[in-house]
Design a protein around this ligand. Structure first.
Ligand SMILES: Cc1cc2nc3c(=O)[nH]c(=O)nc-3n(C[C@H](O)[C@H](O)[C@H](O)COP(=O)(O)O)c2cc1C
Length: 132
């Protein structure tokens, strides 16, 4: 077992940019758009899962309303990560505080896993509520 899956979700490209920067440095990592999986899997029966066999798994996503987007939450809940040994998360944001990592930790704990590392990056803001 080896390798890395980077699952990303990105509205305007900030999080995709970060995911691509990681891939540049770890070329054998797989870049996987979460939307390509949730279309197929979030509408199927609850007992069905999405499985990764990679040793390292990363999630890259934007902060929405001080937490992480619902499709990402549903995706992580569905993901079978039994064989994964290291899990990281990267949140891109405009600059507010957020609870995303605590929420992800709660989901992972139910799967018997930890969030091994997490990072928040300030990026260009695409929040429609922003008046600046
Ligand atoms: C609906 C919406 C809500 C957002 N809420 C927040 C927020 O609560 N805090 C924050 O710092 N940024 C917020 N942002 C800004 C994004 O997190 C930020 O611009 C992010 O880098 C966008 O990444 P993306 O291009 O990969 O979608 C929000 C953006 C959108 C579209």
């Amino acid at each position: 077992m080896s390798g890395m899956d980077i699952y990303y979700f990105s509205g305007t490209g900030n999080s995709l940019h970060i995911a691509k920067e990681i891939k540049k440095r770890i070329p054998d990592a797989s870049l996987i758009p979460i939307v390509s999986l949730i279309n197929k899997h979030l509408k199927v029966k609850d007992q069905e899962t999405i499985k990764t066999s990679k040793e390292v798994v990363g999630f890259v996503f934007p902060i929405h309303l001080m937490t992480f987007p619902t499709p990402v939450k549903k995706f992580i809940e569905k993901l079978d990560i039994k064989s994964t040994r290291y899990i990281f998360a990267i949140a891109t944001r405009a600059g507010t505080q957020h609870i995303a990592f605590n929420e992800i930790k709660k989901i992972l704990r139910k799967k018997g896993k930890n969030l091994n590392s997490c990072f928040t990056l300030n990026m260009a803001c695409n929040d429609p509520r922003n008046k600046d």
